[in-house]
Design a protein around this ligand. Sequence first.
Ligand code: SAM
Length: 326
Amino acid sequence: AAARVLTSGMRLPPLPTIRDLVKLYKLQAMKQLSQNFLMDERLTDKIVKSAGRIDPRDVVLEVGPGPGGITRSILRRQPQRLMLVEKDPRFTETLELLRECAQPLEIQVDIYHADILRFNIEQHLPDTTQRVHLIGNLPFSISTRLLINWYADLAARRGAFRRNDTCMTLTFQKEVAERICAQLGSEQRCRLSVMSQIWTEPVMKFIIPGKAFVPKPKVDVGVVKLIPLKRPKTDLPFELVERVVRHIFNMRQKYCRRGFSTLFPPDGREEATQMLFHQADVQDTLRPFELSVDECLRLAHVYADYAAANPEVASYDYRAQKIAID
Ligand code: SAM
C-alpha cells in the first residue's frame, strides 16, 4: 500500500478500449434500458475529478458501470474499495476484467448484479469508518428517483449516509441538472430545487454534449455534484417535508396558498391555510417558485405541529379524495 500513488494519473495494465470491448462482447446499448455509453476517457476522468479528492482509504460506489468507462477512471484514482452495482448481467464479464486489473493496485472491486433502487448498502458496507463517494451515469429516470431515495436516506442518516460527508456525483438530463441547482428567482426553480437544497448543496460541474455518448441521446447531459450540508436545514422527517413541498408546488402558476391548502380536508381548509401562513410568516400570494427554502420549511414546521394536534389532517389524502370524487 505504501507504493500507492495518489495522483489521478495512475496507469492501469493494458486493456482493450471500451469501444473494442463493446464490440468484442457484443454489448450493444439496449434502448429499453436507456443505455448510453461514454467512450471518451477525458470525459470519464472529468466526471470522476468532479467527485473531488478520493483518499486511499475511501470507498467508491459506482451505479450503472455498464462497460466500465467511468470505472476505469475511478480505478486510476485508487480508492481502497470499489463497489459496482449494475442491473444488466451482460456487463459482468467486462467488469470482471477490470477487477483483475485492479488486483495489483490493491483495490478491492466488488461487482453486484443488482438494481440500485433496491440495493442495501448497509448490508454490503457495514463499516462506517470509511468515507463513501457515490458516482454514476444512470438513465435519467432512475437518477431522479435515486436522488429522492438518497435524500430520504440522508435525512435519516442511514444507508450510504451514516457519515455526513458522502457526496453524490451524478449525471442528469441538462434541464433536470439545472433545476436541481436552480436558486430562488431562477426560471427553473421547482420542487426538485427545494428538495435538493434542503439537505445538500448542489453544484453544476459541467455539461456533456449528447454527441459524446454512444448511442447519442436526444439531450445534453449535466454532471452535478451534491454535497450534503453539514447541518441540514431541517430535522423534520423526510416524508413530511416531501409531502408539504409536493403540495406547495402542485399548482405552480397559482398563489402558493392554493397548493398548500390541499393538505387539509375541505372543511376548514381556508381558515387553516390562512392561519398557518400567518404563523409561518410567509406571504401567501407568492408563487411556489418565489418561495425560499426557509419559507418552505417554515410552512412544513407549522404544518407538522398542526397535523400533530389534528389527526384528521395528518391522515388526509387530497389525491385519494379527488379520485373518489372524479
Ligand atoms: N456508466 C456507463 C457509461 O457511462 O458508459 C453506462 C451508462 S448507461 C447510461 C446506464 C447504466 O446503468 C447501464 O449500464 C444500465 O444497465 C445501468 N442501470 C440502469 N438501471 C439501473 C439500476 N436500476 N440499477 C443499476 N444499474 C442500472
